[in-house]
Design a protein around this ligand. Sequence first.
Ligand code: NAD
Length: 473
Amino acid sequence: MYHADKFYLNGAWTAPAAGGTLAEIVNPATEAVIGTMAMGTAEDVDRAVEAACSAFPAWSETSREARLDLLERILAGCTARKEDLAMAISAEIGAPISLARTAHVGLALAQLDMVVKTLREFAFETPHGSNTVRREPIGVAGLITAWNWPLVMVCNKVATALAAGCTVVLKPSEIAPLDARIFAEIVHEAGAPAGVFNLVQGAGQVVGAALCAHRGVAMVSFTGSTRAGIEVARNAAPTVKRVAQELGGKSPLIVLDDADLGTAVKTGVMQLMMNSGQTCVAPTRMLVPRDRYDDAVGIAAAVANGLKVGDPSDAGTQVGTISNRQQYEKVQRMIGIGIEEGARVAAGGPGRPDGLAHGLYARPTIFADVRNDMTIAREEIFGPVLAVIPYDDEDDAIAIANDTDYGLAAYVASGDTARARRVAARIRAGSVRINGASTDLSLPFGGYKASGNGRENGAHGLAEFLECKAVIG
Ligand code: NAD
């Protein structure tokens, strides 16, 4: 059993203020309680922000070398404890252990490394004629993270804020508190000065809301649902904070008529199903030429039917569970709505996969005959559910791709890279990947429209935590 009963405040593990409660940590594969966690209050947030405010003057004036030194020790600490981190992520969100090791922890380490490289080269002061533009840390940063790629978000936000010279209060997801606690231990071991990094667990409506409203917090960097992102901005508005929002998505994959259909469809389905479809940038709408539609649906169904869904602790498992019961019920409800609205189930469907009687397992599901105005094409499901939509020509495909409230990511498959780039230029989304290209962590990451505001990663991400000052004369 895990006992996550203390918060990390001002350099020490500290008992919560009076009035907090205890919540259960549940393993979604067994649905057994595997631990308890303290849920904080506004008073815990006050203590954390006070510590971060006290530490800010000294940390904001540290040299680039001192910050690099701390970040490199944190990276070394995470590397040394990568198996603990992978086990925690697999237990708390039901990610297959192989995915937890390679993708969850692997990407988190790569993010830390990317922040180190960015900080080495970042220009905090640039001449502008005879004047100077200085980039200075904005102040205390409140960091609020989601459960789906929990460690990646924690590492990226904390490391980037510290690199900028900010001090931080982290509120990780209440669904995935364990990896964040190990990370806090690593930061402590790495020798972060007291108050530079603080951790408070708790509910979004309580701890998250208090952090957003707090006068001592200069900026909130939030990753989560669009619903909560709106609340964050509302609560932050009276204190005129900066708010960075990384929110939901309903990302299209346009398979152009000159693409290798088999490769494009298979790549798209695999990118979506990884992490049980619980990825903000997952390609959840597959747009295919009408005259190749039946073939595309057949290939997608065969790929989905071939996935090995099961026990996350089994090294051969490709798809684990949905991470919590509420989300599991949402996925099941959305599959039901898809059927009610007339979409055809080409693979998967409601309920659990055969042979899995317990645990929050969903069936990798392919919906055919989907129109872009159906609920399953408009709302983020956040599960292993693909909508395959036919289009008539390139203009029609681009119109369908852009006909969404979201704008986080998009994907284009084509035999002609120049053509794919022309299509990419017409899509309203923060990133467009061509022919299954893997991401480059130094590139800006973020969304258009209801997918958010601001950019993470690389120099763009670091700049989010900085104020800009003109020194004239
Ligand atoms: P969520 O919005 O329920 O919770 C995210 C975090 O916000 C949690 O820590 C939660 O406690 C907190 N929170 C909830 N209500 C709050 C409030 N009123 N004030 C302050 N904090 C609050 O999201 P989730 O279910 O944990 O994650 C899934 C969502 O995250 C999906 O919509 C997904 O697309 C999105 N996401 C986006 C990105 C991105 O980079 N754009 C990355 C990963 C996940």
